[in-house]
Write a protein that binds this ligand. Sequence first.
Ligand SMILES: CC(C)(COP(=O)(O)OP(=O)(O)OC[C@H]1O[C@@H](n2cnc3c(N)ncnc32)[C@H](O)[C@@H]1OP(=O)(O)O)[C@@H](O)C(=O)NCCC(=O)NCCS
Length: 429
Amino acid sequence: MSDLETGALPLRSVDPDDAGAVAAWRRVPRVAFLEPAPAPAEEERWVREAAERVAGQRLSGVVDAGRWVATYRSFDTELTVPGSGPVPVNAVSSVAVLPTHRRRGLLRRMIGADLQRAREQGHALAALIAAEAPIYGRFGFGAASGAVSLSVDAQGCRFRADAPRGSGRLELVQASAAWPELAAVHDASRRARPGGLAREETWWRQWTRPGGLRALGPSAHVVLHRDAAGVADGYAAYEVAEDWAGRVSRCSARVLDLHAASPGAYRDLWEFVLSLDWVRTVTTKDRPVDELLPLLLQDPRAVQRGAVDDFLWVRPLDAAGALATRRYLGCGTLVLRVVDPGGPAGATVLLHVDAERCGEDGWTCAEVTATSREPDVVLGAAELGALLLGGTSAVALASAGRLAGPAAAVWRLQSLLATPQEPWCPTWF
Ligand SMILES: CC(C)(COP(=O)(O)OP(=O)(O)OC[C@H]1O[C@@H](n2cnc3c(N)ncnc32)[C@H](O)[C@@H]1OP(=O)(O)O)[C@@H](O)C(=O)NCCC(=O)NCCS
């Protein structure tokens, strides 16, 4: 039996500051994610940008016969949870195993070790974006936020008279120079809605660097919205594609990223993109499930919704800690039993949300304590992960046989977890 089959190949870590070591390690995700190899002229830049992207993060994997065969990356960042704003989260990425080494338990070992470490270091939550939906439920992750694709008929779009307008102005900017203003807008936006993830400076530099491998393309533009005082309060990044049928335009635009701090700035940005000369169709993806745009239009059907996909998957690492990170809008008491075989989150906890502790903003901190009482609701770690941001219905999970309890307890849980806005994360990592 080989070392691999006996599980004897040790997990190794990589120094994220050693560009050569990172480049050798990074070849595994490149192969596993079906990415083309960089052209020889691009190789140096590929190595530099790969190393820049993972600076300061935890890189690990498995080496067989002197070559990396499996990789795993995690880093500390912030996730916005309902009522509480941003809280720490262990973000997981670069999960890849070479096709020659798949299905021999390498992912299981890598993720097991990292989640254990994260728990020991005090994290209550982990999060990732799943390449394929069947992979991560067994590791206690549940799909916690959704994202929708939209296609908008630009010519059929008229805004309602009562749709709010911004008080400021729009300005086309160079993303490479204006990125600090874009970052400030995004930062306010991601803090305001459950599911938002922090974007580090490196993210912005790579996204706005002309010609960068992860950058906005050559057909991209960025329009910034400034409020009446001149402060940036929204932006849209979009790219355009020219297409003519004879002399008839079929040109389109694709919104790559759009954030706004007020409904007025939001409306102005969408109206700008939808009224670009020649542009007949505007598409976008990774937008919130409850995107506001249709409600602002005289004909909401001008916005066609495409696929609604899962985006952020969340895992509780500590049941009580995870439930205590967020706040709640209702009040009530429930005993929850979280089942997590082989994982760190198994526990029976009393969730007590007392109306007397309600803050002025309407949100209430919960008391979450271990208990020996019989549970009202029994659920898996993945199901708790799916529920935490408010984007999944406890009632639906119960109907699907993934959560057990009397109907009244399930409804109480659902009313406690409900949030005014759908969770949204548009940040790939
Ligand atoms: C997904 C991937 C990382 C799995 O690695 P692996 O080492 O083969 O996984 P393991 O052998 O540890 O499998 C653990 C369990 O997950 C299951 N599993 C792994 N990948 C799966 C997949 N894509 N779909 C369904 N089940 C999967 C295995 O069957 C095994 O199930 P079991 O617990 O019932 O035995 C690897 O196949 C890969 O790199 N795929 C391409 C890139 C990718 O999708 N990466 C994930 C990015 S989020």
